[in-house]
Design a protein around this ligand. Structure first.
Ligand SMILES: [Zn+2]
Length: 169
């Protein structure tokens, strides 16, 4: 298959991934995300075989790397950046936002003790509620699990989300 066909198939897969994500079908979302990643990297490889052309090559690489980051495959994303930079010179700057994104994603992340998902946003909750929804076994909870547990307390309540420290700077 040609570079363009791999790339177009990758974009089709990406669109299906997003459609499923919006519908809350997370398994299908992940499945299509993986297909998109595989196909976009095949486009990169196909161009290496056919002869690297810029800026198309950088664009394909950045697209594949973005998909890898969205898939939480951070190590792979780093390897892809290094791979790309070894093939092209003078574009280091164009890859630095992606590199920073990976570093940022690596820094943060806790594993929710309820759903086992890695989460990045911590929610501060009042002690009176924390006591009711956490246990020794499940002390670290992600936002969605916190909300499900609060909903399950089954009484009317009111909260105000007052913004994250990250965005107040
Ligand atoms: Zn959770």
């Amino acid at each position: 298959m040609s570079v363009a066909r791999f790339h177009n198939s990758a974009m089709d897969a990406m669109e299906l991934a997003q459609v499923n994500r919006v519908q809350g079908k997370m398994e299908l979302y992940k499945k299509w995300l993986q297909s998109a990643l595989r196909l976009e990297w095949k486009a990169v490889k196909a161009m290496e075989k056919a002869g690297i052309q810029e800026p198309t090559y950088s664009i394909l690489c950045r697209s594949a790397i973005s998909i890898a980051i969205e898939s939480d495959k951070l190590r792979l994303a780093k390897q892809m950046i290094i791979h790309a930079l070894l093939n092209i010179s003078g574009v280091t700057k164009e890859f630095s936002p992606l590199w920073n994104k990976i570093r940022e994603a690596e820094k943060v992340g806790c594993k929710c003790q309820e759903c086992r998902r890695t989460y990045k946003v911590d929610l501060d909750i009042p002690d009176r509620i924390r006591k009711k929804i956490t246990s020794d076994k499940a002390d670290l909870l992600c936002g969605p699990c916190i909300m499900i547990k609060i909903e399950n307390l089954n009484r009317h309540d009111h909260f105000r989300l007052i913004g994250g420290t990250k965005y107040e700077e």
